[in-house]
Design a protein around this ligand. Structure first.
Ligand code: ZN
Length: 424
């Protein structure tokens, strides 16, 4: 039987109860939380290991619902000059210059930065596939989505066959673990062909437990392509793949729906350009939407319609995207940027976008993102404020926190960190 550990902290934000617990405890056995409450209500037994975190705010570990660790070392290296398709082309060119060792270094840097800034669960879209073995051995909990793009492939059938062979080999030699699962990510509805979408859909019918994610409705160029079958995306596709079926009179969401993909899509990323009908489709299919505030700002996309998603009951969560279009992998920074755009949204709700909400997409049995009995012991701690300000809640303090975390735990395994002065 696993030994039990009790953590004490000045303040505990459970994200389950409406109010913080002052002078509280969390009792953990193995990878799970057994109990949470006030210190005075804990009956101590001699076999209990104890860790007093002192003046710490203890909360659920943060969940980064979308990133690409492959591109951590692309920070500041791919310039965006107003054309989204052109930016994607430059990313692909830069990617071709990378060696497997470069990708490994990039992934390692990303893992380190994510852990330092409080991420305990990370959804990674794997282009090079180097992240899967590294994340599998890392202290992070991860969901690795192997990416599919066939826009420049001479044969979709051959590409899909070699993708499956490679996948089979990889997951046979490195099977998923309790903290590392894998899924599939068709890149976008305009870089993946209709045939490819159908093949992946059939594969998913036989592998129903697999999670999926797709970048959808990110840019104005994508909207134009699906509406008119024209613009920079259409021009590029005609050069790369003259037989490509160019859509017209639709939207990216409706196109996926027409191809039977919406019931298969767990996590839709971006959704910056949606109309009323798209929102209804997303709500009906219970698609979880990831908004990436840093990346959104970098590209200067249309305002993300958070209020409309919320009104339709669509779950929204946050992600960093890659450092090719962002400055940091800190989810605290994403929360802060989100709050700058939506100052009327409470800091408690903002924190839910990096804890409770993404857990809905990732964990069917709801065992992530909250501190409550039966949940996984994925926790982080940050220093409590020295002075209290009646206008600022503890949630405001969290959302505006800029340093590395002082404590983290994934799957019941504690990690300690020295707070440095490096701010993000
Ligand atoms: Zn992305």
């Amino acid at each position: 039987m696993d030994q039990r550990l009790v953590l004490f902290a000045k303040t505990i934000l459970t994200m389950d109860r409406p109010r913080p617990i002052e002078d509280g405890f969390v009792l953990i056995q193995g990878s799970r939380i057994l109990r949470v409450g006030k210190r005075q209500d804990l009956y101590l037994t001699p076999s209990l290991r104890m860790l007093d975190l002192g003046d710490t705010i203890l909360m659920p570990g943060l969940i980064n619902a979308h990133c690409h660790l492959d591109f951590t070392n692309f920070k500041g290296k791919v310039k965006y000059q107003g054309g989204f398709r052109e930016w994607l082309r430059q990313m692909a060119m830069k990617g071709r210059e990378m060696t497997p060792a470069d990708f490994k270094n990039s992934v390692r840097q990303g893992i380190e930065e994510s852990l330092a800034y409080g991420t305990t669960t990370l959804c990674d879209v794997a282009t090079s596939w180097e992240s899967y073995p590294l994340l599998r051995r890392s202290p992070l909990r991860s969901f690795v989505f192997f990416e599919l793009i066939d826009m420049a492939q001479p044969s979709t059938a051959l590409y899909w066959k070699s993708f499956q062979d490679r996948l089979k080999h990889l997951v046979h030699s490195e099977p998923p673990t309790e903290t590392c699962q894998w899924g599939l990510s068709p890149h976008t509805p305009f870089t993946v062909s209709k045939d490819m979408l159908q093949s992946v859909k059939r594969y998913l019918n036989d592998h129903r437990h697999l999670l999926t994610t797709i970048h959808v409705a990110e840019s104005g160029e994508e909207t134009w392509f699906f509406k008119k079958g024209a613009g920079p995306i259409a021009e590029r596709l005609k050069v790369l793949n003259p037989d490509w079926a160019i859509p017209r009179g639709t939207t990216p969401v409706q196109y996926l729906s027409q191809n039977g993909w919406m019931p298969k899509l767990d996590i839709g990323v971006h959704l910056n350009e949606v109309n009323g009908n798209d929102l209804k489709i997303l709500a009906k299919n219970r698609t979880v939407v990831v908004h990436c505030p840093g990346s959104h700002r970098y590209f200067g996309h249309k305002r993300f319609q958070y209020e409309k998603f919320k009104k339709q009951g669509i779950t929204v969560c946050l992600g960093t995207d890659s450092l090719a279009s962002n400055q940091s992998l800190s989810m605290f920074r994403e929360m802060r940027l989100f709050q700058e755009s939506y100052p009327q949204i409470s800091a408690q709700e903002v924190l839910s976008l990096a804890t409770v909400k993404p857990a809905r997409a990732l964990d069917g049995s709801h065992h992530l993102g909250q501190i409550k009995p039966g949940y996984l012991a994925d926790l982080i701690g940050i220093p409590a404020p020295r002075t209290t300000n009646s206008k600022r809640t503890v949630y405001d303090h969290v959302v505006n926190y800029r340093k590395p975390v002082s404590f983290s735990m994934v799957h019941g395994q504690p990690k300690f960190r020295l707070a440095s002065s490096k701010k993000k």
